[in-house]
Write a protein that binds this ligand. Structure first.
Ligand code: ATP
Length: 348
């Protein structure tokens, strides 16, 4: 079965290029996140998929059917896609069941088939018992689940989600992440999910498209983006870590602890390669000894519950982020060993 194929898609608003030759091949049933900072073009890309925006160049195909190109524009209602908005967009004067059934009523469905479809969609988001209530008496998370049920009821091939958790508090976001995972497993729909929150994207998606200034910077699984980010910018955007300048390696190469240390000890002029060192690849000891490669000064300590986050200063002036289960004294010296680092391309 063919999936959703986005090929060299460009969108301009006057002089501004909001999406710049973006290509993605999304498999059927995949959960995909479009991730990037505010203004990078993710919502514009989603709106072009939905058919709310035309495209200037490139093509969008679903199951080998062209939905959009410079001279084709299939209207939203003929794309077999459904969109869930940040604001839920529920009708306040209708109860939950009527809100969910609204797209079916528009298509003229009535009677037992209508009621069965509404019950099935409500069951998928575990809101069967709330059918008669009005949206006003529901929590933010429940309202978002009603919006999900409403988009599911028409059995779309693709569900488009525009920052669906942005209006919810932190605790509810975590609960809703589970609801989205469940929703995806139960429906098997292809999901395209827009977010600027990297931890949300990492927790939910099978694959993530990292965007910046309208361009796709990297496309891969959460693990690949975390372990092998391509550029310095992607490395800074995904997860935590330190970027050091070393005289070793080349972009896309992994350095072991020995090469990393050799490269770090070189004279400054030769240290031109940026290397990402994740906190879990640093061993820190409160008592510096000859076993450690380096000593570093503790500049900041943040309590994170299960561990402390330490900001360290190396003798060559570079900073290092690491974790430890006890809090060292501010200003003290600790022993540090670096186990591995990942070589990055400079940001374009
Ligand atoms: P956010 O997370 O803030 O929603 P985004 O990554 O979704 O950001 P878009 O909303 O896609 O970004 O906007 C991309 C760029 O295109 C922005 O610079 C925005 O100002 C511009 N833009 C979006 N829609 C229009 C429009 N209808 N007319 C003119 N410019 C627009």
């Amino acid at each position: 079965m063919a999936g959703l194929d986005i090929d060299q898609v460009t969108k301009r608003f006057g002089e501004h290029t909001a999406v710049d030759r973006l290509s993605l091949e999304i498999n059927p049933g995949e959960f995909v996140a479009l991730l990037g900072p505010s203004g990078c073009g993710k919502t514009t890309m989603l709106r072009m998929l939905a058919g709310f925006e035309t495209i200037d160049e490139g093509t969008i195909q679903l199951a080998n059917r062209t939905l959009a190109s410079a001279d084709t524009h299939v209207p939203p209602e003929q794309r077999n896609m459904a969109m869930v908005f940040q604001s839920y967009a529920l009708w306040p004067h209708m109860n939950v069941a009527d809100n969910v059934g609204y797209p079916l009523k528009l298509r003229g469905l009535r009677g037992p088939a209508y009621h069965q479809a509404v019950q099935k969609a409500l069951a998928l988001v575990e809101l069967g018992a709330y059918a008669e209530r009005t949206p006003q008496v529901l929590s933010g998370g429940q309202r978002q689940r009603v919006a999900l049920a409403r988009c599911l009821v028409s059995d779309p091939s693709v569900v488009l989600l525009d920052e669906p958790l942005a209006n919810l508090d932190r605790h509810l976001r975590a609960t809703m992440e589970n609801s989205f995972r469940d929703f995806h497993q139960r429906t098997g729909a292809t999901l395209v999910y827009v977010t600027h929150d990297q931890s949300e994207a990492m927790a939910l998606a099978d694959k993530i498209a990292v965007m910046k200034a309208g361009k796709l910077l990297q496309w891969g699984t959460p693990e690949a983006l975390y372990r092998q980010p391509r550029t310095t910018w992607v490395a800074g955007f995904i997860g935590q870590g330190s970027q050091l300048k070393v005289a070793a390696g080349r972009p896309g190469e992994q350095l072991d602890g020995t090469r990393l240390m050799c490269g770090l000890n070189a004279v400054e002029a030769e240290r031109t390669q940026s290397v990402l060192v994740r906190p879990e690849h640093i061993q820190t000891s409160m008592q510096p000894s000859g076993h450690h490669q380096l000593t570093a000064k503790v500049e900041n300590v943040i309590f994170r519950g299960e561990r402390y986050e330490l900001n360290l200063r190396l003798p060559n002036g570079e900073t290092l982020l690491t974790y430890h289960y006890v809090a060292p004294t501010l200003g003290s010296q600790v022993g540090v060993s670096l186990q591995q680092g990942w070589c990055l391309e400079p940001d374009q």
